[in-house]
Design a protein around this ligand. Structure first.
Ligand SMILES: [Zn+2]
Length: 642
């Protein structure tokens, strides 16, 4: 009910201000907005900005970007826009925040004024916060997303607003971006005039320790990874890693057959001071992961981050669900087709990681086993279908882990993977192995090479596109899976591709790597708990308890803190050992837990031992999964110099 009321207000408000806004905005390509950003205090987590906005006399509404592309949510960090002052001809011009829409500021442009000068700061969080807002700088690097430091007049399409940006960096810092540079001096980088859409779609990575690696030497368009870290050692990618990254570029060529960018720049931040994340752009991507990404082979081999974000250039940026193809950053987005936007990207993210050699076949199968198992076990699917996880995206990204098996989260990523795998196997079956999902991609996302542009699509377009490759009742295929309340996840693709989910007492390798970086201990398939290991902020915390599991039946609940296992201070190894001991014992496992100010011992009558998910071949069935994950493009040689 609250959301309906809010939306009503929003539409009313937008209609009201549009009329006024279009009158006082005087921005044209010949008379662009001029934005100057100063990152010299980025190590202190403050970004300074000045904006010269061409205007004409009358009422004007300027807005701070609210709906952030790629985040599919109203996550523009308005709370950290501070110090706003507006002047014209040296005199202060008063502003008034809209009393309903917090992202809007109303101004009356005085007579005789043709430019408003706005100055303001953006406060980047120094540490991760509870919201989706991420730290954007450390002492030695910064990632500038222009939406954090941009205001714009409400009314025109952002395609029609021209911005000229200038950037100052701390002394000695280098940078990388897909944004075209007009000129560069030791003082500042001046970028070429671009639309506000292109500006916001082109973040800049910068830092004291930064290197550029060419990922398609001698070829057009150019592909580069710009790596920034908090020191120089993490920048040392091995020849094999660079070879795999170059193979990734080649594999996307083989898959899509066309590119829709003038250049592609992977911005890669390797820092343990920033939470791992990835946001896609048309000609670049903002990728953040562990400092040891290039140094620890397990981290590199278990990550589909770069292949996922790269896939988005085709699926998400070039072709975009109609509900997400908005013309400014204030119009609400509709996430209903995110199972295509993110689901198909997740599928090809791991397939391309496998095809390029980044993710070895063993790790690839462990990844699939892990995601399949948790989805299959979600009791939340009895009330929330997959479609609702997409429709409700804007409220699901920042949900806490407590209760997530009952709430469900943005499951359209991983469950999308299973559904698209099944679609792939159906196409192969229907066409007698003559066609595959790759053919759909080539037709739907490929075509001619073009500069960045957006071609929206609907559910009908997806159904039609698949029918052109393999006639089938695709409407029913997707509707059944999107509206299903279980039991279990859609496992048809796994089965059709020759594999089944099994559980053994050997830890899943993908989950093992994940555990090392997150300290999250996955015992979901035995006791039914997910907990955080001792140490750090969430120390000893029970993150989730699966309803109906042995732990839930014994009375444990998310939010409690684990203190002791069978009378001994708990640690992950102690708990795992207790699981092994209980296999041959009739005694329950005793867990002492703290619930607020109270302590209680919970007796779990569980004797099944450790259980971790893996994939096992189905005997007599063709291994289609390995065939789908096979390299397509000619092999890229091992580089000797890069
Ligand atoms: Zn994505």
């Amino acid at each position: 009910m609250l959301r309906r009321v809010h939306r009503g207000f929003f539409v009313f408000f937008t209609v009201l201000v549009l009329f006024g806004a279009s009158q006082a905005c005087a921005q044209t390509a010949q008379n662009p907005a001029r934005l100057e950003v100063d990152l010299r205090e980025a190590p202190k987590h403050i970004f300074h900005a000045k904006l010269g906005l061409p205007v004409s006399v009358g009422p004007l509404t300027v807005v701070y970007p609210k709906w952030i592309p790629g985040e599919h949510s109203p996550t523009g960090p308005i709370v950290d826009l501070v110090g706003l002052k507006i002047t014209a001809g040296g005199k202060e011009v008063p502003w008034r925040r809209d009393d309903v829409e917090m992202y809007a500021f109303h101004v009356d442009v005085p007579a005789g004024v043709d430019t408003l000068n706005l100055s303001y700061d953006y406060l980047s969080p120094a540490e991760p916060t509870g919201s989706r807002e991420r730290p954007s700088s450390t002492a030695k690097l910064a990632v500038l997303n222009w939406y954090m430091v941009t205001l714009y007049p409400l009314g025109p399409k952002t395609d029609d607003l021209t911005y000229v940006a200038k950037l100052r960096l701390p002394a000695g810092w280098k940078y990388g971006t897909a944004l075209p540079v007009a000129k560069e001096s030791p003082e500042a980088i001046e970028f070429a005039p671009v639309s506000l859409t292109t500006l916001i779609d082109s973040p800049v990575i910068s830092g004291m320790y930064l290197r550029h690696i060419d990922l398609s030497p001698g070829q057009a368009p150019p592909h580069t990874v710009h790596v920034a870290a908090d020191g120089s050692a993490p920048l040392e990618a091995t020849p094999v890693e660079v070879q795999h990254l170059r193979q990734l570029v080649a594999e996307t060529g083989a898959l899509f057959g066309a590119r829709h960018y003038r250049r592609y720049d992977f911005l890669l931040t390797l820092s343990d001071r920033m939470p791992p994340d990835g946001v896609e752009h048309h000609e670049s991507s903002d990728n953040r992961t562990e400092e040891a990404y290039f140094l620890d082979p397990e981290l590199f081999e278990s990550s589909e981050l770069l292949s996922h974000e790269f896939t988005h250039s085709w699926n998400g940026k070039y072709r975009r669900p109609a509900g997400l193809a908005t013309t400014d950053y204030q119009t609400p987005m509709k996430g209903e087709l995110l199972w295509v936007y993110e689901g198909l990207t997740q599928y090809y993210g791991i397939m391309l990681a496998a095809r390029s050699g980044m993710m070895p076949p063993r790790m690839f199968r462990e990844y699939l086993a892990s995601t399949t198992a948790y989805l299959n076990d979600r009791p939340g699917r009895t009330w929330r279908d997959l479609q609702d996880t997409a429709t409700a995206t804007q409220i699901l990204y920042s949900t806490p882990p407590e209760g997530s098996s009952w709430r469900r989260s943005v499951d359209f990523y991983d469950e999308g993977t299973l559904i698209w795998l099944e679609a792939d196997t159906v196409i192969r079956k229907q066409t007698g192995d003559k066609k595959s999902l790759d053919d759909f991609c080539r037709r739907f996302y490929g075509g001619e090479n073009t500069p960045p542009k957006v071609v929206p699509y609907t559910f009908e377009d997806v159904v039609e596109g698949l029918n052109e490759i393999a006639p089938y009742d695709w409407r029913t295929f997707f509707t059944e899976r999107l509206k299903s309340h279980g039991p279990g996840a859609p496992l048809g693709g796994l089965e059709n591709s020759g594999w089944k989910l099994v559980f053994t007492d050997t830890q899943n390798e993908y989950e093992h790597v994940n555990e090392l970086s997150t300290q999250d201990i996955e015992l979901q398939f035995s006791l039914g708990v997910l907990l955080h290991a001792p140490g750090g902020e969430d120390s000893d915390h029970i993150l989730d308890v699966i309803p109906g599991s042995p732990a839930a039946n014994a009375g444990l609940a998310p939010g409690m803190r684990l203190i002791a296992v069978n009378g001994r201070k708990w640690a992950p190894d102690i708990l795992r050992d207790a699981l092994r001991q209980a296999k041959t014992s009739k005694d329950p496992i005793e867990l002492l837990a703290e619930n607020g100010d109270f302590f209680e011992t919970y007796r779990i009558d569980y004797h099944g031992g450790e259980r971790y998910p893996h994939l096992e071949p189905i005997s007599g069935k063709t291994d289609l999964l390995s065939e789908i994950a096979k390299t397509r493009a000619p092999a890229v040689p091992l580089p000797t110099n890069y």
